[in-house]
Design a protein around this ligand. Sequence first.
Ligand code: ADP
Ligand code: MG
Length: 332
Amino acid sequence: KSAVHRICSGQVIFDLSSAVKELVENSLDAGATTVEVSLKAYGEEWFKVADNGSGISPSNFQALALKHHTSKISDFSDLNSVATFGFRGEALSSLCALGKLTVETRTKDEPVGTHLEFEHSGVVSSERKIARQVGTTVTIEKLFSTLPVRGKEFSRNIRKEYGKVISLLNAYALIAKGVRLLCTNIVGKNSRMVVVKTQGSSSLKDNIITVFGLNTFKCLEPFNLAVSEDCKVEGFLSKPGPGSGRNSGDRQFFYVNGRPVDMPKVTKLVNELYRSSNSKQYPVAVLNFCIPTTSYDVNVAPDKRKIFFSSEHTILLSLREAIQNLYSPQQC
Ligand code: ADP
Ligand code: MG
């Protein structure tokens, strides 16, 4: 049974960035305004996410890392809504099955914090009081150590996995308003590299300047499209023409209602239209799709990064037209 649990967990948490994503989303769900991610040896040794959110109340401790435990789903209709980032109660239980989970937390109602350690099964193995601020710190040591083959692959690909984490955190740094995000990687005994740092600014523009720099921002054009009354696409795209883009598609970020998602079709469309305006580069793109939560489904993929729209065709057509107008206005 526990082997099956480990394997299933490996489908929810399939790499380092999906692990970090779940923890960051939990922090954002908890209303954190500061989220600090630390990695030891690129995340191979351990990684942790510390926040100043609501904290976890003691009544949730025992079930915290058990499968399907969640404090977020109050009503079955919530399944269709992603107003909060997570709702399946599988992240902590999966992480716990794949590595060593430690949680430190305190709510505003508790005078002190609590340090909790868990067995791979999700059962609390130790609990003690500690001094700490309100908020939560979740640490995972030795991710995938319980799946030997995956563990080896993880170590071998650690730099690539780390790169995906940085890209993911940049995705949050761009879109999150009023959240200070910090990521450090501890490599040697005393050397700590700051890899992502934001000020918690309150506009997409300021976030872009923080993450990409002012020079990149100057090459961007605001993009606003109303597909229908309740469906909008907004953000920034590279200005037309060579020189405004990049040699790779490394600065393309897409969101649905502020959640980072993979959008292969949109990515392809944006690249194709930009490159047809006689550029060999790739555009910078930061686009947020604001769509009613009832018109898409995020439950199809465990990592919630793949999204299905009920009106995908209309959205893509409308987007094509708008971007075409930006990049090659002479074509009608
Ligand atoms: P889900 O997010 O789908 O509810 P998780 O396994 O990610 O499930 O988390 C389980 C529960 O643990 C959450 O519902 C929440 O109550 C609590 N939790 C986890 N991380 C945090 C955090 N950083 N701050 C406050 N509560 C948290
Ligand atoms: Mg969660």
